[in-house]
Write a protein that binds this ligand. Structure first.
Ligand SMILES: Nc1ncnc2c1ncn2[C@@H]1O[C@H](COP(=O)(O)OP(=O)(O)OP(=O)(O)O)[C@@H](O)[C@H]1O
Ligand SMILES: [Mg+2]
Length: 350
């Protein structure tokens, strides 16, 4: 649905040059929810602005629904942009207009006749669960409700693609959950393809089918979430399932296992202990549902150096687990996507 190749965007001013997006390849399949995580300044908003054609990239290709977006001009470009909805962290509502007036605004811009507008506004408000709040002003509704207005407004042009830049960052956890549920629901009911930016691991856990980690303008990892979780060294896996920052003790093997889907049913820890007559120590772990699948990570300590545990490690791998042996030199850093703050606010002012 969205295909991005070798995208590059450089901001130039007299004093400096910033390569905000530095050769990103990205494929978002039709009907999926794709999340981009990364620290502040990584280039996430710039990437989204390029997809939305608010910013023109310096290099690369953007194909959405089979159309080469960068080749479009004038009316064609405007129409294509109507097919892409966008929601923001700070909602960007017009304070002087009612909820209904805010949703009507893009319809007016698109030239939808007045006679059709009211019905379409009602339909959109129903879609986001705001029927009954049509006459309220933004100052009279909650943050979650404001974001629902933002979503209704983004859907006005019946887009196939919805972009979201930190849409839940300003909301409390409960409201975040309800907005994510709404996005998931719209994604399923309307077949919407969603590309979202977030710094919250929970967002990825709850609704993303695929995800990427962005750093210094590049994707450091990218793919279906359950695949990334099982990939050794995945930053996303560490972020979603933080394990103790332990170092292996002398004469032991410290191993992290990740299991996805079917492998969760097997009692592999007890099977390992029985088969090799080992005392397996569980140091940490978590099991959760990610993208509708049971996923878990465990940190285990086995007696003996890794060199004497080759068969044991092979046994774990053969049980369908992703196995990562931690040693002092390769102990992964605990850093995960840092919270983002300032740039998103500027973004909304645009
Ligand atoms: N209009 C602009 N002019 C010049 N530099 C810019 C512009 N927009 C962004 N940048 C720079 O590009 C880099 C990437 O910025 P961007 O806003 O895309 O990051 P981000 O990942 O969205 O960060 P955040 O999580 O804080 O929102 C930063 O170094 C930023 O200073
Ligand atoms: Mg940003």
């Amino acid at each position: 649905m969205i295909q991005i190749e070798k995208l590059r965007k450089v901001y130039r001013s007299r004093e400096r040059e910033v390569t905000a997006v530095d050769g990103v390849d990205l494929t978002v399949r039709e009907g999926e929810v794709f999340g981009v995580l990364g620290p502040s300044g990584a280039g996430k908003s710039t990437l989204l602005r390029c997809v939305n054609l608010l910013d023109r990239p310096d290099e690369g290709r953007i194909v959405i629904g089979g159309r080469d977006m960068l080749a479009l001009r004038g009316a064609e470009l405007r129409r294509a942009r109507q097919g892409i909805g966008m929601i923001h962290q700070h909602f960007g509502l017009l304070g002087s207009r009612t909820v209904a007036g805010n949703v009507a605004f893009p319809l007016e811009v698109m030239g939808v006749p007045r006679s059709e507008r009211a019905a379409r506004v009602a339909e959109l408000l129903d879609l986001v669960g705001l029927t009954g709040h049509a006459k309220a002003y933004p100052a009279q509704i909650s943050g979650g409700q404001k974001q629902r207005v933002g979503i209704a407004r983004a859907l006005a042009g019946r887009p196939k693609v919805l972009l979201s830049d930190e849409a839940t960052s300003a909301l409390d956890p409960e409201t975040t959950a309800s907005i994510l549920e709404l996005l998931r629901d719209l994604n399923r009911r309307l077949g919407l393809t969603v590309l979202l930016i977030t710094h919250e691991m929970d967002v990825v856990k709850r609704i993303c089918d695929s995800a990427a980690v962005m750093r210094d303008g590049r994707f450091t990892e990218s793919g279906p979430v359950t695949e990334l979780l099982a990939r050794p060294g995945s930053e996303l896996a560490r972020g979603l399932f933080p394990l103790p920052a332990a170092e292996p003790r002398d004469g032991t093997t410290l191993v992290e296992v990740t299991f996805v889907g079917g492998a969760t049913d097997q009692p592999f820890v007890s099977a390992l202990a029985r088969k090799y007559a080992l005392d397996v120590n569980i140091l940490g772990g978590a099991v959760e549902t990610v993208g509708g699948e049971r996923v878990g990570r465990l940190q285990l300590e086995l007696p003996g150096d890794p060199s004497v545990n080759a068969a044991q490690l092979a046994f774990l791998r053969e049980s369908g687990l992703a196995v990562e042996v931690r040693d002092r030199a390769t102990a992964p850093a605990r850093a995960s996507a840092a919270p983002t703050t300032t740039a998103a606010a500027e973004e909304d002012a645009r």
